[in-house]
Design a protein around this ligand. Structure first.
Ligand code: GDP
Ligand code: GDP
Length: 469
């Protein structure tokens, strides 16, 4: 499991950064689900290049605002990129030529030793290519002339980063889990044993100021909880291993929470990148919410990120101490959240206070439960015994006067879980019908905190008959 490298696009305003950002991603978007309401972020995304994966961030615009003096804003972009990115694309404008401010930033990028490509944009035709000689003369290297607007030569940029990019099959966004068709039964058992004996990998995420740092520091300071080095790895500086009642829990990417970095406070975008990374590295994400603020759009967006990556999800209402005691006693707060947002019904939810320590240890019980479901396999015979009679009594509606048939249902993967429904006409299964099937599966198997994916797959009757032989 590898995290694709973060490639940052830098450059002065109007050189074409956002055009290039969109161009590099438009070839083929990362795996995005057909879930309504998933907002695409315009400044940070994942992309693929052939069979390789990368993450891309456009540091322009919103990152530090446009009101800084020009040089200042670029220097801040550079600071961000040099700290956070794995590779850099520095974009210049071929129509403006080589400017002193470019020279300054290029110098910094060079000294950092990070892999970089210097792109001269707006080289729209072969004729305009002569502008490159000016940049060559100043020793800018490696140099590529591109036209972001026309897609000219933009592949050359990604070619330069080939070695950094892992194969899509080995990368997130999805925990590769284990696909049953790719492994023998003994391999699956072996894999499961190994994964389950490792401590659960947990990400603590949430909007700024919900109390993430306070929670991590409480876990570190609590006497009943012991933290120890992470066996056999060098992740101690980044992650935290906590022991609670003789079990280990691996909290990923907590360095920034133990002690806040300088860039961390600077931008929303940074928070987003950090969140995405932490989700990728975890099996279970604890989304910390503020009982003071209630559920906000920002919270929902983070929750959706977890669901899109299909990691285990736990919702923790922090700052519980703020709620007046009589309110808590008369009607438990936030119970309506699940009714208002039915897609959250599967996730366990509890209240705690990182500040006072109230109910913080409940976190571990929820992690244990979700972890078990994250690795749960339901035998195909059981799934079919549940689903097929339901389909018989309430079949999907006919499609253009043809019957829509469901042949069988089987779990094809765990961690994350994928359940496949084989049908004659996939287009005949509506979102509502899919939700109906999911609901029925959850009534029997809770899959607590696990956003399993129900996939509809075409299978002709002939395929089915031959596979059954
Ligand atoms: P940013 O501020 O660096 O993100 O720049 P934008 O991507 O917003 O582009 C600034 C302007 O340059 C827009 O009007 C684009 O249409 C234009 N532009 C971007 N790429 C090219 C290109 O390859 N050729 C030409 N001629 N114009 C471009
Ligand atoms: P982060 O940005 O999510 O890491 O949030 P912090 O841990 O820095 O907390 C933000 C603010 O909320 C700080 O002033 C904390 O003292 C406060 N805070 C954190 N947890 C609690 C809590 O359980 N109850 C109350 N009342 N305040 C809290």
């Amino acid at each position: 499991m590898k995290i694709p490298p973060l490639i940052a696009i830098l450059g002065r305003p109007n050189v074409g950064k956002s055009t290039l950002f969109n161009r590099l991603l438009s070839r083929k978007e990362a795996i995005v689900e057909d879930r309504p309401g998933v907002t695409r972020d315009r400044h940070y995304s994942q992309g693929t290049y052939g069979r390789k994966s990368f993450r891309l961030v456009d540091t322009g615009g919103i990152l530090f605002g446009d009101d800084h003096p020009l040089g200042d804003s670029i220097r801040k972009q550079a600071l961000f990129a040099l700290e956070e990115a794995d590779a850099i694309i520095y974009v210049m404008d071929g129509r403006e030529g080589y400017l002193p401010v470019d020279a300054d930033v290029i110098g910094r990028i060079r000294r950092s030793g990070k892999p970089a490509v210097f792109a001269v944009n707006k080289v729209d035709t072969v004729k305009t290519e002569e502008v490159l000689s000016e940049f060559h003369r100043h020793g800018v290297d490696p140099l590529v002339g591109i036209s972001a607007a026309h897609g000219r030569n933009v592949d050359a940029i990604l070619d330069a980063f080939m070695d950094l990019m892992p194969d899509t099959l080995e990368t997130y966004p999805v925990d590769p889990g284990i696909r049953f068709s790719d492994a023998s039964e003994s391999d699956i058992q072996e894999w499961l044993k190994r994964r389950i004996s490792d401590p659960p990998r947990v990400a603590v995420i949430g909007r700024p100021n919900v109390g993430k740092s306070t929670l991590i520091n409480r876990l570190l300071g609590e006497e009943r909880l012991v933290t120890s080095p992470i066996p056999g790895t060098t992740r101690d500086a980044i992650d935290t291993l906590v022991t609670y009642r003789n079990r280990n829990y691996h909290f990923v990417d907590t360095a920034g929470l133990r002690k806040k970095g300088k860039v961390a406070e600077a931008s929303e975008l940074y928070a987003q990148i950090r969140t995405d990374r932490a989700i990728c590295e975890s099996e279970i994400a604890v989304v910390l919410l503020s009982a003071e603020d209630g559920l906000t759009d920002g919270d929902l967006r983070i929750i959706r990120q977890v669901i899109d990556h299909r990691r285990g999800l736990i919702l923790a209402w922090n700052k519980w101490d703020i709620l007046p005691e009589e309110d808590v006693r008369s009607s438990p707060p936030f119970r309506d959240v699940r009714e208002r947002y039915p897609f959250l019904a599967f996730a366990p939810m509890f209240g705690c206070s990182a500040m006072t320590g109230f109910h913080v240890s409940q976190l571990f019980q929820h992690i244990n439960t979700v972890r078990e479901w994250y690795f749960t396999r339901i035998p195909t015979s059981e799934l079919n015994a549940l689903i097929l009679p339901l389909v018989e009594s309430s079949p999907p509606p006919r499609l253009k006067n043809h019957p829509v048939r469901i042949f069988y249902v089987t779990q094809v993967q765990i961690a994350p879980s994928v359940i496949m429904v084989f049908v004659n006409r996939p287009e005949g299964i509506s979102l509502q019908y899919r939700q109906f099937l999911s609901r029925k599966i959850r009534e029997k198997y809770a899959f607590t905190g696990v956003p399993f994916l129900l996939k509809i797959q075409a299978k002709s009757r002939r395929d089915r008959d031959s596979s059954e032989k």
